[in-house]
Design a protein around this ligand. Sequence first.
Ligand code: ATP
Ligand code: MG
Length: 731
Amino acid sequence: AVSYIRTLYAFTNETLAKYSYATSLQATLRYGILISLVQGLGLGFTYGLAICSCALQLWVGRFLVTHHRAHGGEIITALFAIILSGLGLNQAATNFYSFDQGRIAAYRLFEMISRSSSGSNEEGNMSPSLQGNIEFRNVYFSYLSRPEIPILSGFYLTVPAKKAVALVGRNGSGKSSIIPLMERFYDPTLGEVLLDGENIKNLKLEWLRSQIGLVTQEPALLSLSIKDNIAYGRDATLDQIEEAAKIAHAHTFISSLERGYETQVGRAGLALTEEQKIKLSIARAVLLNPTILLLDEVTGGLDFEAERTVQEALDLLMLGRSTIIIARRLSLIRNADYIAVMEEGQLVEMGTHDELLALDGLYAELLKCEEAAKLPRRTPVRNYKETSTFQIEKESSSIYSFQESSSPKFIKSPSLQRVPGGFRAHDGAFNSQESPKAHSPPPEKMQENGLPVDGGDKEPSIRRQDSFEMRLPELPKLDVQATQRPKSSGSDPESPVSPLLTSDPKSERSHSQTFSRPLSHSGDIPMKDKEAHRREAPSFWRLAQLSFAEWLYAVLGSIGAAIFGSFNPLLAYVIALIVTAYYRRQEPHHLQDEVDRWCLIIACMGIVTVVANFLQHFYFGIMGEKMTERVRRMMFSAMLRNEVGWFDEEENNADTLSMRLANDATFVRAAFSNRLSIFVQDSTAVLVALLIGMLLHWRLALVAFATLPVLTVSAIAQVCISFVIWFSLHY
Ligand SMILES: Nc1ncnc2c1ncn2[C@@H]1O[C@H](COP(=O)(O)OP(=O)(O)OP(=O)(O)O)[C@@H](O)[C@H]1O
Ligand SMILES: [Mg+2]
């Protein structure tokens, strides 16, 4: 939800989002509690059994001593040897865990390495004089992630060299899936993709991809300068880059930027408009100079004005290249030589615009649908110049299709090849604002886009207005919102203002300042220095306040921890008593009774240990999980309390926020419930040990006590230093 915050706000769905987040947290909570239960029981039984086995050994030892098979020292040595070996085993076991982790990681690693090498074809063929005849022959394909859903099923397509074929069809008919097959990101399940008659599997992969230029609606810009983004890793002089940018109609806007071609773009740099991004990727393709061009809905998200200039750039780019144009809007494919219509992963029709209209099949139906969708919308104000330009454009293309209209379905005949200058002539007509009346309108014009056309001057303005509709007629006053809103929503431009944004943001946000450090400067005071963060590091007391709601769990857990903690010194004391008893050989009966009694006590301690450990881990576990859940919920709603602008700040992007949701709460838990448990356990251990020491021999105990402060100070210093380092690294 954090990633789609704008959508969320626009539909005022915060409550729902909070609710669904809370529900998903509940599942985590249950899971965490189960883990605590298992952990408590597991640890309890481990320690309990260890203590019981200790009791057993001492008891057996008593037999040996009374029967003069061994003396006390030997028994104790054996006991300690076993205890120490147990400790050693314990430490080794943690390493086994790391081994396992390493093996799992290595498995994934090796799998990845072997997978990436299997697909590539290092020493395949390269054809030096590539013509660019593309053929899909009976291709079957489904994505690995969903093998049961066929995307292409028996797909045929022929793209003659240097021709442009438009691929149209309904949503999800599999048009875009042609691209990964052509680029060999995937291989077809069945059938083959041929390039100049050669299966592309036999071609050198790198070379194949260098022959293909891909322009999509969402071009990938790297966080580099414009220059490097156009060059895209290739060696190119600035002249070449500028030349490419000019062809892509991008030179003008790049030159108008303050730093020109050196301007940083991408995530961290200047935010470009869709149009500018697309132009950059066109320039990139021009520079690559590929034989084959794949265009996927390039202008799909642009308005009329932008669409026109991008289309001009694309026309230039397409010159002399085999091109597959994927376009949902049929008005955009007027420059294609042939039109291929796809349905459910199959080619159903192919031919020129007019042939397909005459066929009255799916293409005609799609055209009708598109027209029907547009008709009810009318926007009056239009720029005259635009209308006339479109008119020329339209006519020249219709002339063009008229000339070729005699070709049959699935035409491959070379006689139909376009005159090399054909495109130029068309472009010329496009640019030189020639009077539309110069061409006598061909009869096909009547059917252009499936609608009868009569008053040629007015009609285009009605037809073409869909792109105008997409512009928001009146942008709401909230700039933050408006600038971030994608232009091409296609939905009715409702006001995107969420009630939260209109209500008093100050009071809304005040809550966030009470617990979450990063949220405390919500938007309005842009504090950049890290000092500010450090000052706001929450005190331990505030952490404690967070957990007050779970005090009952804390008390129960503490009881367990205290019992378990006190057992260590007690155990030591009892063992010492037994050892003394071993040496009192004079009175064997007395020895027997005493040792038996103490062994029984140790065994009982073992049993109590199980319970104590269970209490400690289970209840502190519940407390920690509940705390984590609550902190996450609070953080999430606090995040949603912020304005959209807050999410634009670099430190608040979706990834960071999600990571914070996942991690910070866990840190809080680690800081509190886990540590509290250990703290209680250890401090009771210290207290009981001191008590026993005092009771037995206060002088010695005092000596030990005197060293305690030194030890404490050094331990605290160590913790403080590592905390400071950790904190300055993370924030
Ligand atoms: N990477 C993928 N993994 C699994 N399924 C996918 C993947 N990409 C697309 N699909 C599925 O393949 C089907 C065809 O998608 P594709 O994008 O090729 O259709 P399309 O004709 O381009 O549609 P649109 O007009 O919406 O762009 C869809 O059902 C889609 O859900
Ligand atoms: Mg698509």
